[in-house]
Write a protein that binds this ligand. Structure first.
Ligand SMILES: Cc1cc2nc3c(=O)[nH]c(=O)nc-3n(C[C@H](O)[C@H](O)[C@H](O)COP(=O)(O)OP(=O)(O)OC[C@H]3O[C@@H](n4cnc5c(N)ncnc54)[C@H](O)[C@@H]3O)c2cc1C
Length: 423
């Protein structure tokens, strides 16, 4: 595709949005509200499968913390993402969701959810609004590339080229590929010369070699209010014991450290050691003092259980760590409660990751998310190279980027229209 043959400001053509996830639908809503004709093309038989899957966990839409606390969540990409959030921030997202009847509320962790704790009611109202605004949604329409400046779709075996006024590629990242986003959008753009690293798993569970009896008895149980430490980074939160290892917010938040520690372990630099503090609110001194009051005639396991009021899953977790020496004193036992050492053997893959890192390089796009040497071609959502922990930061940035790309399209059309009128 060359820039001269690319998109055309001809008003009889639709703006084509590729991907009916939250980024694409947000762009479609914004553009159709501005009076533009919009077509959304989705490869799956129905839209927003990942959004619906996110709804199974309650649909954490955003976070209630002040906007400036969002910045560190986006790491090196914070300057770009915070620019998007200045256009569509947490309050705007809540207002939008409430406008669709979601009645958002702030949970005890500060995270924001719809009252229904699922995605389907919000989604139904959203799709109705899009229909009312004239957006046409084409499910089973698989974008395969560009031909003579127009996107081409495989529609159940039939090839269709759709001359477009502008295109927004919002095909998502590459996690949970069976829900539709498998990273192919990045590959098509890469073939056009739009750079960006391959997708890799983010917000993903860690693998550990649990014993068979621990798995049978405790898989599916939470470790509540713990602190996880890896490579000197400590994260408080919750983790879930699974058959393969551990997942949950506190594990996901350690993603970069997990990647680094595993890489070092692969280089023969010792095991990737995670430490779980089972009682982060109590000091080792307090725990040791309580241990000293338990009868020494009791087994070590019993004394630990009583002194720290351990739940069965916590007591069993202690047995997954290398044993302490036979003569370990109360102080050593207390230290163990403050840091149960466990060896991470790997990470889950993209198939089970909540999100992916990598994708289209933000530096290769204009602030309005357009590919500069392909005027009229825009990119939005998780396909872009940024990452964030769970907590609502993903959907917040995804939807904000949809708004920014839509405004970019509208500005570009207004600019090219003006230029044509002046010709
Ligand atoms: C289990 C799970 C739980 C989650 N929970 C939360 C949460 O609570 N809070 C939160 O903030 N985030 C959550 N997320 C992450 C969040 O859902 C994603 O970040 C978000 O959906 C990404 O939006 P997107 O529009 O960029 O991409 P997607 O939602 O992936 O949508 C992209 C769409 O493009 C379509 N597509 C792909 N390729 C093509 C093609 N070639 N042609 C046509 N269509 C194509 C796909 O089928 C898909 O429908 C969760 C994710 C998972 C997997």
């Amino acid at each position: 595709m060359t820039s001269s043959s690319a998109f055309h400001p001809d008003p009889s053509r639709p703006v084509v949005i590729i991907g009916a996830g939250p980024a694409g639908l947000m762009a479609a809503e914004r553009l159709s509200a501005a009076g533009l004709a919009v077509e959304v093309h989705e490869r799956m038989p129905s839209p927003t499968r990942k959004f619906l899957m996110a709804g199974r966990g309650g649909l954490n839409l955003t976070h209630s913390e002040p906007l400036d606390r969002f910045a560190p969540r986006y790491g090196a990409r914070a300057p770009d993402v915070m620019g998007w959030l200045s256009r569509f921030g947490p309050q705007a997202l809540r207002d939008w969701a409430d406008g669709l009847g979601a009645e958002t509320f702030v949970g005890s962790s500060g995270r924001v959810f719809p009252r229904a704790m699922k995605a389907s009611p919000l989604l139904r109202a959203w799709l109705q609004r899009l229909r009312d605004q004239g957006v046409s949604l084409h499910a089973g329409s698989h974008w395969i590339g560009f031909e003579d400046g127009a996107p081409v779709f495989d529609q159940v075996g039939e090839r269709r080229r759709i001359p477009a006024r502008a295109v927004v590629v919002a095909t998502g990242g590459a996690s949970w590929p069976r829900l539709g986003s498998d990273g192919q959008g990045r590959e098509v753009l890469a073939a056009l010369g739009v750079p960006g690293p391959m997708f890799r798993p983010a917000n993903v569970g860690a693998r550990l070699d649990w014993s068979a009896d621990f798995i049978e008895a405790h898989a599916g149980q939470p470790l509540k209010a713990v602190a996880l430490t890896l490579e000197r980074r400590r994260v408080r939160g919750e983790a879930m014991v699974t058959r393969y290892g551990l997942e949950g917010g506190a594990v996901y938040a350690l993603g970069p450290e997990l990647h680094r520690a595993l890489a070092r372990a692969g280089d023969g630099d010792g095991p990737a050691r995670l430490y779980i503090d089972l009682r982060p609110s109590e000091t080792a001194d307090v725990l040791a003092a309580r241990l000293s009051k338990t009868p020494s005639s009791q087994s070590r396991a019993n004394r630990l259980r009583r002194a720290a009021r351990l739940r069965p899953v916590e007591a069993a977790l202690l047995r997954q760590a290398p044993p302490l020496p036979a003569g370990a004193d109360d102080r050593m036992l207390a230290e163990r409660l403050k840091g149960v050492p466990l060896t991470i053997t790997g990470l889950q893959g993209l198939e089970r990751a909540i999100s992916s890192a990598g994708g289209i390089d933000l530096a290769a796009l204009t602030p309005g998310l357009m590919v500069p040497d392909q005027p009229g071609l825009f990119v939005a959502g998780e396909i872009l190279d940024w990452e964030a922990p769970t907590g609502g930061y993903l959907l917040q940035a995804v939807m904000a980027s949809g708004v920014v790309a839509a405004d970019g399209v509208a500005d570009w059309i207004a600019g090219t229209g003006t230029a044509r009128e002046a010709e």
